[in-house]
Design a protein around this ligand. Structure first.
Ligand code: AKB
Length: 345
């Protein structure tokens, strides 16, 4: 382990943590946007690996008792640079996971706010990471591509001309991160995720129909889909997403040929997903009423090529569509019951 760390540090001018920090302790990890779609689950996952007190969840929202009982939770506003500096110093942070962002559909409803949160917020965290030599992870998305990109498959490097403010802000984050890597040696890491499916309620994304469908069908036996039945999009269960994030964060720098990688698990359409769900709830009913989210989906990749991630750091998805439906049926039902809501199935 000692030798590996020394090799990591030597072959690169980037601070080589290789799972533990230079002083042989687990990394201290700060998560922004902690109460969004991935934060709470991500904190749980990383706390199991690195210890409860080593993962600090932050947001500007008042947390539920469950979140507070799980581990450290503090207020952090990504638009307040000084406040962020204080947290990094006080808690001796090593790694920063920057989740704060408005997703695709919600971003279109409030572009000025999306610019502030997604673009100004990114400026703050990247400067912070540079100043304090943090390893920084920023998620990107299939939404960083647009109608001029090849859609099936979409390779790691290709034309990126997104038509949503979310996509524009993510291309900006990718380019800024790469620039800081080449210019300052910043250990910037970024994965382009497909639609991430978890039992948490939908959070304003275009791929979120694949979450909402489980909540509505289990509660009411019916779902009205805002995308056409044959709209194919890349997807991933949160379990694979968190494993990808964690394995990528731990990958030694010298194995990485890029700072930004595509990752995916599967691609499906609303119709194909509904067909799989019938096995669990035979009499449920789905109708289709496409809205403005259809235009967004039509400009996004249908099948994502993640061969570079598989080659460089051994990425391999584990959850396929059958596993995903099985997991979601169980997890969403449990969540609905825990919240005291009645179910029709
Ligand atoms: C969205 O739909 O906006 C997100 C994403 C694919 O990045 N889930």
């Amino acid at each position: 382990m000692k030798l590996l760390r020394r090799v990591c540090a030597q072959v690169s001018n980037i601070r080589g943590y290789c799972v533990r920090t230079a002083d042989n302790k687990p990394p201290k990890i700060l998560i922004t946007g902690g109460l969004g779609q991935l934060g709470v689950e991500c904190a749980k996952y990383l706390r199991q690996k690195y210890g409860r007190s080593n993962v600090i969840l932050t947001d500007i929202i008042k947390p539920t008792p469950d979140v507070v009982n799980d581990g450290p939770y503090i207020f952090a506003d990504i638009l307040d640079f000084k406040g962020l500096q204080k947290i990094v110093v006080d808690h001796r942070v090593d790694w920063l996971i920057h989740f704060s962002a408005l997703l695709s559909a919600i971003g279109e409803q409030n572009v000025p706010l999306a610019v502030r949160v997604n673009i100004e917020g990114m400026h703050n965290v990247i400067e912070l990471a540079k100043q304090y030599r943090l390893r920084i992870f920023v998620p990107s998305t299939i939404g960083a591509f647009g109608p001029d990109s090849p859609r099936n498959p979409t390779p790691n490097i290709t034309v990126q001309r997104p038509r949503t403010i979310y996509g524009v802000s993510k291309v900006h984050a990718e380019l800024l991160g790469e620039y800081y890597y080449y210019k300052f040696g910043l250990d910037f890491r970024c994965l382009r995720f497909p639609g991430v499916i978890s039992s948490d309620p939908p959070g304003g994304g275009t791929t979120d129909y694949a979450i909402a469908i489980f909540h509505d069908v289990i509660r009411k036996g019916h779902y009205q889909c805002y995308l056409k039945p044959d709209t194919r999009l890349p997807m991933m269960h949160v379990r694979d997403a968190l494993r990808a994030l964690s394995e990528f964060l731990e990958a030694p720098n010298e194995t990485l040929n890029r700072r930004v990688y595509n990752v995916t698990s599967m691609s499906f359409t609303p119709e194909e997903l509904a067909d799989k769900m019938i096995k669990y709830i035979p009499d449920f009913n789905i109708t289709y009423k496409p809205d403005s989210r259809q235009d967004i989906a039509d400009s996004w990749p249908q099948v994502f090529d993640d061969s570079e991630a598989r080659r460089d750091w051994n990425w391999k998805p584990q959850v396929d569509i059958d596993d995903l439906v099985k997991l979601m049926m169980k997890e969403v039902r449990e969540k609905i019951i825990a919240n005291g809501i009645s179910t029709s199935h």
